[in-house]
Design a binder for this molecule. Structure first.
Ligand code: NAD
Length: 488
């Protein structure tokens, strides 16, 4: 068994566990093996949950909010102090350009701890005085208490950012966590264990068990009876399986799931800004962003121009390795995911789509031939009921359809089982507000995309999720309210 294999982090120490099983962490750029990873099974999950329970009863549970807040600031500072290590690890695991991760993934990883430290510090207490029959009265006040041990199950597309988006508020609220990172991207979560120790986070507050979903660490964690709540980001089908596990024991869930997000481009938009925004929302992170656009609706008078300009933009994208600062896109996360995305590329062709650009595997340097590369792809010509328009592909691709009427495009944009995000492009503000108010999504951008203030509610409608996280909304999930009624 390799000593260099990524270990679990349980009770403040790194451990190989006892399963004796290893899996490989693969570099999507060229298919090479980065390292082995220890797979956690039931014993490792049991140990992590026990450590988390003990930490709740230990110093962590007795700390004041001010003390916890100071530690969370140390965690954020610790990530920033080791910024380059996190950047290297994240880009090795995901293959994404460092130029992207340097501005988004790693800074947001640190910011998540500070943002929720501020939220919990400023949360007011609710109090009501009431009359009583004897005239003396009573005072009610509500205390926010931690929920307990929180299971955090995270995906591979923005590994550090999305994991800390849950760990930050969970710890700010005084909970302890057991994290199961994606099997594709274990490195930054593992590194965070060191930062937690350096920051003074007591042992057992932050635990990590590596492994897969079914019959592995993920499923054992969600089934564990001493896990008090489960927060999950990933596919809607996985979320459904986790909800079933959570039903046993009535555990609360927070679900951030898939999407099939529309962009609506009106003829009166600022075309340059719309092209720039849609380019990012389709191709950033190689299209592997839950908020990304896969359906573009363009008002007829500007349809041809829009298609031509988006094509020009897509053809100008440079694919490259993480260290290539000129690269706009890396590979997909894995050969498996490449197979799925190329399956949709083949299906689009079979269904008779017009392939405006892309649709295959790009010519890359020989050294990268084992990587999970795909071409940025744009289609037109398919109907709204085709699989390309209905299923989440999660790759660098979109279908562009023309529309005529405002009411028509609202109905078509909403005609999906998902409801995560939408962007609307128009210079007519009345129209922007009118349309935005009718879109069935948790997040709606006007003349922008991916602008995020961490205090705002984040989450999806319909099959894109349950609950909202962000700012005070995270407190609803990560705390339990207790009402104390004092007879005066
Ligand atoms: P995934 O559902 O395959 O895996 C997510 C995590 O769940 C992984 O850690 C995986 O090991 C674990 N898992 C899988 N099966 C499990 C089970 N039965 N029990 C417990 N854990 C299990 O998702 P992914 O492929 O890693 O990520 C891509 C998906 O995530 C896309 O659908 C994307 O839209 C979605 N996503 C949503 C958001 C959001 O905020 N709504 C953000 C990012 C990604």
């Amino acid at each position: 068994m390799s000593d260099k294999a990524v270990k679990h982090f349980i009770g403040g120490s790194y451990t190989a566990g006892t399963s004796g099983k290893l899996f490989q962490d693969i570099n999507p750029v060229d298919g090479s093996v980065i390292c082995d990873v220890h797979e956690g099974l039931k014993p490792e999950v049991d140990a992590a949950v026990t450590a988390a329970q003990q930490a709740l009863r230990g110093p962590w549970g007795k700390m004041t909010i001010e003390e916890r807040v100071a530690i969370l600031y140390n965690v954020a500072d610790g990530i920033n102090a080791r910024f380059d290590e996190f950047l290297e690890a994240e880009c090795m695991d995901t293959g994404k350009p460092k130029s992207l991760a340097r501005h988004i993934d790693i800074p947001r990883g640190a910011a998540n701890f500070k943002a929720f430290a501020e939220v919990i510090k400023n949360e007011p207490t609710e109090a009501f005085s009431m009359a009583t029959p004897d005239g003396a009265g009573a005072l009610n006040y509500a205390l926010r208490t931690p929920k307990g041990v929180i299971a955090v199950i995270s995906p591979w597309n923005l590994p550090l950012l999305l994991m800390t988006w849950k760990v930050g508020p969970a710890l700010a609220c005084g909970n302890t966590v057991v994290v199961k990172p994606s099997e594709e991207t274990p490195l930054t979560t593992s590194l965070l264990g060191e930062v937690m120790n350096e920051a003074g986070v007591p042992a057992g507050v932050f635990n990590v068990v590596n492994g897969f979903g079914p019959d592995s660490a993920g499923a054992y964690l969600t089934e564990h009876p001493d896990v008090d709540a489960i927060t999950f980001t990933g596919e809607t089908t996985t979320g459904t399986a986790i909800m079933k596990a959570a039903a046993v024991g009535m555990r609360d869930v927070s679900m951030e799931l898939g999407g099939k997000n529309p962009a609506i481009i009106f003829a009166d938009c600022d075309m340059d800004k719309a092209i720039e925004g849609v380019m990012r929302s389709v191709f950033a992170n190689c299209g592997q962003v839950c908020l990304g656009t896969e359906r573009v609706y363009v008002e007829r008078p500007i349809f041809d121009e829009f298609v031509a300009r988006l094509k020009q933009g897509a053809k100008g994208l440079k694919l490259g390795v993480p260290n290539d600062d000129a690269a706009n896109m890396g590979p997909l996360i894995s050969k498996e995911h490449q197979g799925k995305v190329l399956g949709y590329y083949a299906l689009a062709k079979e269904l008779g789509a017009n392939i405006i650009t892309g649709g295959g595997v790009p010519d890359m340097d020989d050294t990268l031939s084992g990587g999970a590369w795909v071409e940025p792809t744009i289609w037109t010509g398919l109907g709204d009921d085709s699989a390309i328009m209905r299923e989440e592909i999660f790759g660098p691709c979109c279908h562009i359809s023309p529309f005529t009427e405002e009411d028509e495009v609202i109905i078509r944009a909403n005609d999906t089982v998902y409801g995560l995000a939408c962007s609307i492009w128009t210079e007519n503000l009345s129209k922007a507000h009118r349309v935005a108010g009718q879109i069935e999504s948790g997040l709606i951008w006007v003349n922008s995309w991916f602008l995020r203030d961490l205090r705002t509610p984040f989450g999806g409608s319909k099959q894109s999720g349950i609950g909202r996280e962000g700012g005070v909304h995270s407190l609803e999930f990560y705390t339990e309210m207790r009402n104390i009624c004092v007879k005066l």
